[in-house]
Design a protein around this ligand. Structure first.
Ligand code: SPV
Ligand code: MG
Length: 432
């Protein structure tokens, strides 16, 4: 009897999946692979059920003979194990990001005479409805909120990109690339940067854009995306105000707020000691963290303490003693910041902190120390890497140059070849 294999990465079975199984049955014994959580969130969607729940779901489908776990989106593990005669898939993987997976699978199968069966992808009203339900489930506050904690558990390093509008949110949501290893990759979460949120409004990054406006930015983003959000809470403001901010962020489905141990008129950290900045006392800032933790209603939400000692040149010991104190006050994570090009002081902090604290998540923002890779940072105990401002910094020069050139040439023809075609811009946004 021949073996037919298909890989599912879905939390809900619809007509399309049943169609695949019905076709598969005609070719032999049907084995369904359940794509592991780790791989599913890299190449399709974040799972809303556990691997075990999904495996049980697939086992219950009529015509399925066996279900196994597939822990490699490129199918290397299952092909080596099963040498299936056929791999069956909807023909939607012939285009888009998954096309590279298909051609990899085809090569593997060719090496021993296996074959791909592409069947027409089923897309009708009921499939569309289920897709929407899944999307809704992923984007609802209660699901989105807890996802950062899940990601910290599930992935070696959580990759976060800044977003400051619906459009930049969509870029973080949808950008998928094929990495050097042939696997697909995407960002895990979004950072709502005070710098970029302020800059988009033409305002300085000094806590001038008020919380109501910052919450509006969050809502613009949550309306069109599903990925979890880390909010840049600046200093958190007065403790009496911060507790309300925590409640609102939780309600909006934000996963974490990062507050920095500065006080008074905060300026962006990348100014370092070129501008006057006051660091908050350990006592005050610990009290702010403790009040925030006490105010929060869910167990999912995280309050992450950001330490400015290295930025303000107060030394490593100061940074470490603050980290200890803030964790004792209830902080769910520590963000250590630096504006040096060399990552040495960040690495030293991470190594020393990890030597005494094995579990509290460490967050870094490698804007200045940008030569170090995510995996190098992870090897020093970093859990979350935030790319805090790169979308804004790449968009600005492009827009400025276009404006200058139109002024220069008194027409738009000269800039046309660097513009997104009109056809693409009008179809960029999905209609509901
Ligand atoms: C931000 O993105 O607003 C930050 C990070 O706070 S930094 O600009 O590096 O201070
Ligand atoms: Mg900021």
């Amino acid at each position: 009897m021949k073996t037919v294999y298909t890989c599912f990465s879905t939390d809900v079975i619809h007509e399309g999946h049943l169609n695949i199984i019905n076709h598969a049955k005609e070719y032999g014994r049907v084995i369904v692979g359940c794509l592991s959580d780790r791989e599913m969130m890299r190449c399709t969607k974040f799972p809303t059920t556990t691997e075990e729940e999904r495996m049980n779901l697939y086992r219950g489908i009529d015509g399925v003979d066996d279900v196994i776990l597939q822990d490699d989106m490129l199918y290397n593990d299952v092909i080596e194990l099963l040498h299936p005669d056929y791999i069956i898939h909807g023909d939607n993987w012939k285009t888009g990001a998954e096309a590279s997976i298909r051609s990899h699978v085809e090569k593997l199968l060719n090496s021993y005479g296996g074959q791909i069966i592409d069947i027409p992808y089923t897309y009708n009203e009921s499939v569309r409805k289920i897709d929407l339900q899944l999307k809704e489930k992923l984007s609802m506050p209660e699901y989105r909120r807890k996802r950062l904690r899940q990601l910290i558990e599930m992935t070696p390093v959580v990759k976060v990109m800044e977003a400051h509008s619906g459009l930049t949110g969509l870029i973080v949501e949808k950008t998928v690339v094929e990495g050097e290893n042939g696997k697909l990759d995407q960002f895990d979460a979004m950072w709502i940067s005070s710098l970029c949120d302020s800059t988009a409004k033409g305002k300085p990054d000094i806590e001038l854009v008020d919380m109501t406006s910052r919450f509006r930015t969050i809502e613009d983003i949550t309306e069109v995306t599903t990925k979890p959000i880390i909010f840049d809470g600046d200093t958190g403001g007065l403790t009496e105000h911060f507790v309300y901010t925590v409640r609102t962020l939780e309600r909006l489905g934000v996963s974490a707020v990062i507050i920095e141990d500065k006080t008074g008129l905060k300026k962006n950290s990348l100014f370092g000691t070129e501008v006057e900045q006051t660091q908050d006392s350990i006592e005050n800032f610990s009290a702010k963290i403790a009040a925030g933790k006490k105010a929060q209603l869910t167990d999912d939400f995280m309050i992450i303490a950001r330490i400015e000692s290295l930025i303000l040149e107060r030394g490593m010991e100061d940074a470490l003693s603050r980290a200890r104190a803030f964790v004792s006050a209830g902080a769910d994570g520590i963000m250590i910041h630096s504006r040096k090009k060399d990552p040495a002081e960040i690495i030293e902090f991470c190594d020393k902190f990890r030597a005494e604290d094995k579990t509290t998540p460490i967050v870094v923002v490698p804007s200045s120390f940008n030569s170090i890779t995510e995996s190098e940072l992870a090897s020093h105990g970093v859990n979350i890497v935030i790319y805090a401002n790169q979308l804004t910094r790449s968009a600005f020069p492009a827009m400025q140059k276009t404006a200058e050139d139109i002024l220069k040439y008194h027409r738009a023809k000269e800039v046309d070849d660097r513009l997104m075609p009109i056809k693409e811009i009008i179809t960029l946004i999905d209609e509901i």
